[in-house]
Ligand binder design. Structure first.
Ligand code: NDP
Ligand code: 2IT
Length: 448
């Protein structure tokens, strides 16, 4: 059995009931096969793949907090410090009822390669809890965040591990967590990113993941002779990533016509009204029914009543920006039969392995999340730089650095795919380019 296959079996055996983690490892290992097989003996002797697929440290802790009725609630929380070969652990905190150790491990594993691709000195980590901020009062969210940080603060720091936002963790949650970290440690340091502008946040971090996704999509299409202008776009999700993907798509002359949340989706043939979407989601924290009620051209589809989702709409470009495995083989078939040109992942692993392979077989340009959504963490690293030098850069400065980073990532993965004889396979290109830097740093640092 080859070393790559041996490692995949080992991961499945040692991490039972963690299907998302297995899936993320499988995708990466398949891409790395060509690289590993060239030098299998050395990689095997150094147990490089065992170390790469085993987190350096995994923290599991309970988070007790008191709800508005005086009832004590207890949530499970996690921080997986996956790999620090190229910099301090860096990655978001997810707050969603579906969170478990396997989900956090898949996200942490992906983050290692993503952060490497940015070209910036950040290692990979991820954390979160099964706490659901939806429907909670601000006081309840604060109680949770303070209790969560009362445990987490022992393990993080501006030079060791720097968490940030992810699903369910936005500016409000980061603010409460930052306040508690400062209170407990007395340190005013860049221990979290995605902070508010009044206390060390970076301009353009809010927009960065969505904008970066569009910079990547534009560059990838341009290199394949396609102009993004005038193209129709299906977006899923209506959170931080989706909103700013829609905003930048409009700025680039494309037309986003869908968005979604966990209860329904909207088809708006006139093009999504991004100002209205921000009001509904960012200000009112409401459902998309409110968007549809205020917008004549919008059709609302209730997920509980219909089997279909937004991927049945005929579009040129699909940008899944909600959550993992939200685009399956049937969805891929619908998109391909409607002539989709490109799929770029705003979320982490939103496309199943079968759907990804179907796109690639049908010559759809496909850019995986670890490259396409890297603008968020890259701008987090720019926030860390600004915090270290105690300065803040203008919006234009951060945005232009973000754009350069996304264009560079595309060329790095494109070149890696070509170098290993897989031209146009951006999944392989991203995994290989991300891996090579981490592997080199791990080798140089000895057996640790
Ligand atoms: P938000 O919490 O801001 O938004 C998430 C969106 O996805 C909401 O519209 C939410 O709907 C929907 N959603 C979440 N879970 C599910 C589910 N199980 N089924 C259906 N819909 C769901 O999160 P973000 O926009 O920050 O994150 C979206 C994705 O992008 C995630 O995969 C995240 O890991 C990834 N990402 C985020 C980055 C960032 O900087 N924020 C950076 C890189 C990647 P509802 O409100 O109804 O729950
Ligand atoms: O998945 C991701 O890259 C994020 N949620 C952002 C991480 C970060 O540290 O900004």
């Amino acid at each position: 059995m080859s070393y790559v296959d041996e490692i995949y079996d080992r991961v499945v055996e040692q991490n039972p009931a963690q299907p998302e983690f297995h899936q993320a490892v499988k995708e990466v290992l398949e891409s790395l096969r060509v690289v590993i097989e060239k030098n299998e003996e050395e990689f095997k002797r150094d147990a490089l793949l065992e170390r790469l697929t085993t987190p350096e440290r995994q923290l599991l802790f309970r988070v007790p907090w008191v709800d508005d009725k005086g009832q004590v609630q207890v949530n499970n929380a996690y921080r997986v410090q996956f790999n620090s070969a190229i910099g301090p652990y860096k990655g978001g905190l997810r707050l969603h009822p579906s969170v478990n150790l396997g989900i956090i491990k898949f996200l942490g594993f992906e983050q290692v390669f993503k952060n490497s691709l940015t070209g910036l000195p950040i290692g990979g980590g991820k954390g979160g809890s099964d706490f659901d901020p939806k429907g909670k009062s601000d006081r309840e969210v604060m109680a949770f965040c303070q209790s969560f940080m009362s445990e987490l603060f022992k393990y993080i720091g501006a030079d060791t591990d720097v968490p940030a936002g992810d699903i369910g963790t936005g500016a409000r949650e980061i603010g409460f967590m930052y306040g508690q970290y400062k209170r407990l440690t007395g340190l005013y340091e860049g221990v979290l990113t995605g902070k508010g502008l009044s206390y060390g946040g970076s301009l353009a971090r809010t927009e960065a993941t969505g904008y970066g996704l569009l910079y990547m999509t534009e560059e990838m299409l341009k290199c394949n002779g396609v102009d993004i202008k005038g193209k129709t776009v299906a977006v899923s999700g209506s959170g931080n990533v989706a909103i700013y993907a829609i905003e930048k798509a409009i700025q680039l002359g494309a037309k986003p016509v869908t968005c979604s949340d966990s209860t329904g989706w909207v088809y708006d043939p006139e093009g999504i009204d991004v100002a209205l979407l921000k009001e509904v989601k960012e200000v009112n924290r409401a459902r998309l029914t409110e968007y549809a009620a205020k917008r004549k051209s919008a059709e609302y589809h209730d997920k509980a009543k219909e089997k279909n989702n937004q991927w049945i709409i005929k579009v040129d470009i699909a940008l899944p920006c909600a959550t993992q495995n939200e685009l399956n083989l049937d969805d891929a078939k619908a998109l391909v039969s409607n002539g989709v040109i490109a799929v770029c992942e705003g979320a982490n692993m939103p496309t199943t392995l079968e759907a990804t392979q179907y796109f690639q077989k049908n010559k759809v340009y496909f850019v995986p999340g670890k490259a396409a959504n890297a603008g968020g963490v890259a701008t987090s690293a720019l926030e860390m730089s600004q915090n270290s030098e105690r300065l803040s850069w203008t919006f234009e400065e951060v945005d232009s650095k973000l754009k350069n980073i996304m264009v560079n990532i595309f060329h790095n993965l494109d070149d890696a795919a070509k170098k290993y004889g897989m031209e146009g396979d951006y999944v392989a290109g991203a995994n290989i380019a991300g891996f090579l830097k981490v592997a080199d740093a791990m080798k140089a640092q000895g057996i640790v």
